[in-house]
Design a protein around this ligand. Structure first.
Ligand SMILES: Cc1cc2nc3c(=O)[nH]c(=O)nc-3n(C[C@H](O)[C@H](O)[C@H](O)COP(=O)(O)OP(=O)(O)OC[C@H]3O[C@@H](n4cnc5c(N)ncnc54)[C@H](O)[C@@H]3O)c2cc1C
Length: 307
């Protein structure tokens, strides 16, 4: 049964079809031109596009404004909302506003700490965390209540609610517990952190299937193509909670055309996951600052044409 007020992503997933989503990073300026360009490239290849919320704690165009631009160009947005920069009043206000503009999907996150971004001395908020944000969004929809308990008398926002999982953060088993808590709070779709360590992801999904987690939420496997061995090394050394196996770094280092090799690695990963790992409902492609390669990856992985 559909819970949102008309999310196409929800409709696809509830019908049992595999969904493909891609990430679009809003620009560090006020022109929508680039986002619209990326949307035009992705149209017909993805079922929805996630709009990040100042990822890596770097100032960018707001995810809600960017969502309006991509909707205007024909792709359904998933807005990402973090708890880093807004308290519960501002978040609820943004949820009402985003819904009024036609947004139907939201991905609830705690968010990268500001220390990693371009304003490391900024004051953070973290009034609530990702699990409370999920709970708040679900309660606004299903119980027509604000966080305070006050009633929403009419026009409650009816979002399809998502969250992230990180199978590569430690301690390992705790990541499955945390995912389950997010689902208990109301998360209905899950997008994972970028997968490179297929062995560990296999174990993570086995634990999810054993616990029936895949039957309570739609899990989309997150993949990110790498442009060069330096990008791979950066992911491995500088991004907490991401593991890039040495064999992938070497493969990119020895490649004549590292970008083409990076695309091959990504399509091979998708094929491996599709053929060997149970419990998944689709893929989330995060081609960070490289959105133009997404159609090639989708075609190469045998995921095109979309049904
Ligand atoms: C697909 C995806 C998209 C993302 N998009 C964005 C974005 O747009 N903007 C942005 O700023 N960041 C983004 N991030 C980064 C994300 O916010 C961080 O990776 C975060 O650490 C994990 O997800 P979360 O926000 O849901 O955190 P949570 O699951 O809420 O947890 C935050 C961290 O704290 C740890 N933690 C939580 N509770 C406890 C506890 N009680 N004891 C010990 N440790 C605890 C968790 O293990 C985790 O490492 C994204 C990540 C992913 C995977």
């Amino acid at each position: 049964m559909m819970k949102s007020g008309g999310s196409r992503l929800e409709q696809i997933l509830r019908s049992g079809r595999q969904a493909i989503t891609a990430e679009i990073g809003p620009p560090k300026h006020s022109s929508p031109e680039k986002i619209i360009g990326h949307t035009n490239m992705l149209r017909g290849f993805v079922d929805a596009a996630n709009i990040t919320d100042c990822q890596s704690a770097v100032v960018r165009m707001s995810s809600i404004s960017a969502a309006v631009h991509i909707m205007g160009s024909g792709i359904e947005p998933v807005i990402q909302i973090t708890c880093r920069d807004r308290n519960r009043i501002a978040i609820q206000s943004d949820l009402l506003g985003a819904y009024s503009l036609g947004v139907r999907n939201v991905l609830c996150l705690s968010g990268d700490h500001q220390i990693f971004g371009n304003h490391p001395t900024a004051k953070n908020v973290y009034d609530i965390d990702s699990i409370q944000l999920i709970h708040l969004t679900r309660r606004m929809r299903d119980e027509r209540l604000f966080f305070s308990g006050e009633q929403i008398r009419e026009h409650e926002p009816r979002f399809f609610i998502g969250a992230v999982a990180n199978p590569f953060a430690d301690p390992f088993a705790y990541q499955v517990d945390r995912l389950e808590k997010k689902i208990d709070a109301g998360a209905e779709f899950i997008q994972t952190q970028c997968i490179y360590d297929l062995e560990r992801f296999t174990r993570f999904m086995e634990m999810c299937v054993e616990r029936g987690i895949h039957e309570r939420a739609f899990i989309l496997a997150g993949v990110t193509p790498l442009k060069s061995w330096r990008a791979a090394k950066y992911m491995q050394d500088c991004v907490p909670g991401i593991t890039v196996p040495e064999k992938i770094i070497l493969r990119l280092k020895n490649a004549e055309d590292p970008k083409a090799e990076g695309i091959s690695v990504c399509t091979e990963q998708i094929k491996f996951i599709r053929e060997n790992i149970k419990g998944l409902s689709g893929f989330h492609i995060m081609a960070i600052s490289w959105e133009e390669v997404v159609p090639e990856i989708i075609k190469g992985a045998g995921l095109y044409p979309r049904q």
